[in-house]
Write a protein that binds this ligand. Sequence first.
Ligand code: NAP
Length: 511
Amino acid sequence: MADFPTPIAIAVIARTRHKMVIAEIQEAAKQGAKLIELRLDFLAKSPDFKRLLHNRPCPILATFRRPDEGGRFTGTEEQRLMLIRHAIVAGVDYVDIEIDIIDQIPRFGKVKRICSYHNMTGIPEKLELIHQQMCEKDADIVKIAVTAQTVTDNLRVMALLKNPPKPTVALCMGDLGTCTRVLGLRAGMPFTYSTFNKNRQIAPGIISFQELQNIYKIEQITPETQVFGVIGDPIGHSLSPLIHNKSMRKLGMNAVYLPFRVPRGDLPTFIESMKAVPVQGYSVTIPHKEAAAKLAQEQDPAVKLIGAANTLLATPTEIRAVNTDMQAAIKAIKANLPMGPDGQPGLLSSRFALILGAGGVARAIAHGLLAEGVAVTITNRTPERGEKLAQELSCKFVDWNARHNVVCDTLINCTSVGMHPNLDESPIHQSFLKPGLMVFDTIYTPETTLLVREARERGCHVLTGVEMFIRQAALQFELFTGKTAPIEYMTKIIRRALSPVHEPDDEEPSK
Ligand code: NAP
């Protein structure tokens, strides 16, 4: 779209009171919005365009969405059409008009017209035909927002962006489709939609304006932008997009890193379909680590050992699986070993470790420690799972109820006990925490778990999951980019994100 030389995020404002809409228009412009959509269907009263458009700091798009297309307009269709005409005459810069009514609203003045179609439940069989019909309407831009039901729907919708007869925005709603809101820009969409006020969920899967600007840096996206991402389910709270996007941009790379929600069982189909983008590398998290190892044509030694991968590197011909969890955890432990009586760091190989848990992280760390010559004991709430892992590793297993009787100098929590939101739980009684005991809690949300707090209070030597998280991300980053990871910067980003107090980002616009 000639109006905007680079892709932009439309800041969508949806408030019930004029006063709040007007305040948010000014705030959005201050934060860099170049086009603002007013969702006028949210207003409790009829829109007062004189007030809304007075002193507008940037172009305004007016939308009155009806409920069957995801809106809140409660009047009659006749009233809605009348309001759209009012908005046009009042001098908005853009107006959104659905395909079925666009013929009833004549073009007027310089007001640009977005012809839209929304489907809140799925993707119509005749999607391509609908797009073609929309392009034939008297519109400047065509917008299609449909709901992804499967991981392959995204590609079908993005195919509409290949040389369309009219500038087109085609995206998938829902959390399966979130990636299209950014990937579509790379494929030619002139803009994407974003919620200006994070607390207002205007459309399923929508990303906030602040994230699109500060994390995804969407104005810098071009067809050449390299694509990476994290696969998991759920994926909404992953810190990986934050750490990788910021680090890639810090090193001046033209790259973007996206969250991909992929339901259990769908990984092979997803990876195959995304070859068309193409995505060059993935971080992999729960529940896909084992499936990721299986689908790769090439596995690094750690993946072969553990049977799970947290990283996939994709070339046009093959997928390579890597596990950076094991290396990251062992590096973190080695870098934090307590000093011996001679003032030198102690030897890892002479330690006795008790591992709490028998899941993926426990398996990776246990393999790594055994390879370093550490004596390992495993305990797990579900004995069968713990016994199986201990058998596989030829190490000791103790019953969960007997864990407090184990004598060790290193305690590693690989359970989710103490993780958000169960902040008042610890996997071990505090009487177990003797001065000098090395305690490594792999949990990083929060960083200071109850176990970490009690261990510090009792004079233990403590290592938190944040260090492992940053190290595994840094190793991944180096595999993805071939560049040295900016570890200090990564640490700063993660500590700031995990801090209960919001510390302003260096790059955030001042308020
Ligand atoms: P997982 O495969 O699902 O394993 C979870 C483990 O937690 C299992 O051993 C499970 O025991 C145990 N568990 C869950 N609830 C429990 C409870 N109420 N009481 C006792 N045991 C309980 O998960 P994972 O991938 O190994 O992840 C484990 C932890 O590692 C997570 O909490 C996560 O925070 C952390 N992690 C850290 C990093 C990092 O980079 N720092 C990376 C990934 C994960 P059962 O077998 O009895 O269910």
